[in-house]
Design a protein around this ligand. Structure first.
Ligand SMILES: [Zn+2]
Length: 374
């Protein structure tokens, strides 16, 4: 009797079909990504937990870097992000940043080729080159979602780079409806020349939108974890101010302390990013700075990072973020909003205690105050 496969001819068919890629939605669900420039991406990759973390590589050499990291870390979720939010304003007819071939001998790549370049370099999820959307531009936003919906491929994610002005009550219903139209997971980012999520009202709307749409918080800071706690899909948190938000086209970002080149560092327990020189000059003057028990610090004081230690400082801040992410991941979904509020209240108390030590009040960041009072 001939041995017949119970799968029939499907066995032969499968043998010649390329292995299917995992769906973007499955990869991004519950994931906390670190956004980092290609130049320092190597120094972060080995510190990530591939089961729930991953990297988003930005900058000119991102594809080359993704290819190299893919060989070194076969299991790691890695994405590449272009500068489409900075270089292009989306319109109804032109949602994507597509290079022009006016002056070139070789034709510029089309959208399909841009996406394939990400796939062939080894990116786990393909990120569309979406343009920036001006506040209240319904046509442009609708145009992006509809154009993306026409693209086949369930390894695609749609980033929406929205002006911070979208975070107003009058836009809420439209925004939620538009995001829920997307067949692809939405990576939700807000841009401004200052902090796009500044103020209680914007923080509340950001979480409400994440909760109503299951969007993935993109190019953000701890606000991404706040949104995840409220029902968001996951989040991508930047290692530097430039990757924790974005600056819209034709706008210039305002560095808060341009003369201070020391890195911003997340102070454990305080949910507070601060440059280390400012820590030494303003906070930990008469009193010693706290030490940190993370893998990077190993008990060393947290204000030690100099202008030459940006990569190490980013690994420390990542460890603090990972602690919060793990805390949320191990909290039942329904209890996550109250858990996040309790963590923010702990940070408020930490500021009060530090204030008592240094002999003057120390203001809590406005976002932390908003979470603590939510
Ligand atoms: Zn540390």
């Amino acid at each position: 009797m001939n041995a017949v496969s119970p799968f029939g001819t499907a066995v032969m068919t499968q043998a010649v079909v390329a292995p299917s890629r995992r769906r973007a939605r499955d990869i991004l669900e519950g994931r906390v990504l670190t956004i980092i420039n290609w130049e320092t991406a190597d120094s972060m990759a080995g510190h990530l937990d591939p089961t729930y973390e991953g990297l988003v590589v930005t900058g000119a050499e991102r594809h080359k870097k993704v290819r190299k990291l893919r060989e070194m870390f076969p299991e790691l979720v890695i994405l590449a992000e272009s500068n489409s939010h900075k270089d292009h304003t989306a319109t109804e007819d032109a949602p994507w940043l597509l290079p022009s071939d006016d002056d070139a001998l070789i034709p510029a790549p089309n959208l399909g080729e841009i996406l394939n370049a990400q796939r062939t370099s080894g990116a786990s999820v393909v990120v569309l080159p979406a343009g920036f959307v001006e506040a209240g531009d319904h046509e442009a936003l609708r145009g992006l979602v509809f154009a993306a919906n026409e693209l086949g491929g369930d390894d695609i994610a749609l980033p929406l780079y929205l002006a911070a002005g979208w975070l107003r009550k009058k836009h809420k219903q439209f925004l939620i409806a538009a995001l829920n139209e997307s067949v692809h997971p939405v990576l939700l980012a807000f841009g401004s020349s200052t902090n796009p999520l500044d103020g209680k009202g914007r923080q509340e709307l950001y979480r409400e939108i994440a909760s109503a749409t299951h969007a993935f918080g993109w190019r953000t800071d701890l606000a991404g974890l706040a949104a995840f706690a409220s029902g968001g899909m996951g989040t991508a948190i930047g290692t530097a101010p430039s990757t924790r938000r974005f600056t819209p086209p034709n706008a210039s970002g305002h560095a808060r302390r341009p003369d201070d080149a020391t890195p911003y560092v997340l102070i454990p327990g305080h949910m507070h990013w601060m440059k280390t020189r400012a820590m030494r000059e303003e906070i930990y003057v008469g009193a010693p700075s706290p030490t940190c028990g993370c893998l990077e610090c190993d008990g060393a004081p947290i204000d030690r990072f100099t202008e030459n230690d940006h990569a190490a400082a980013a690994r420390h801040s990542h460890a603090v973020i990972a602690w919060y992410a793990n805390t949320l991941a191990h909290t039942p979904v329904k209890e996550r909003p109250s858990r996040w509020r309790a963590l923010a209240q702990d940070a408020v108390v930490a500021h009060e205690m530090t204030g008592a030590t240094i002999g003057r009040p120390w203001n809590v960041p406005t976002d932390v105050a908003a979470w603590a009072a939510s």
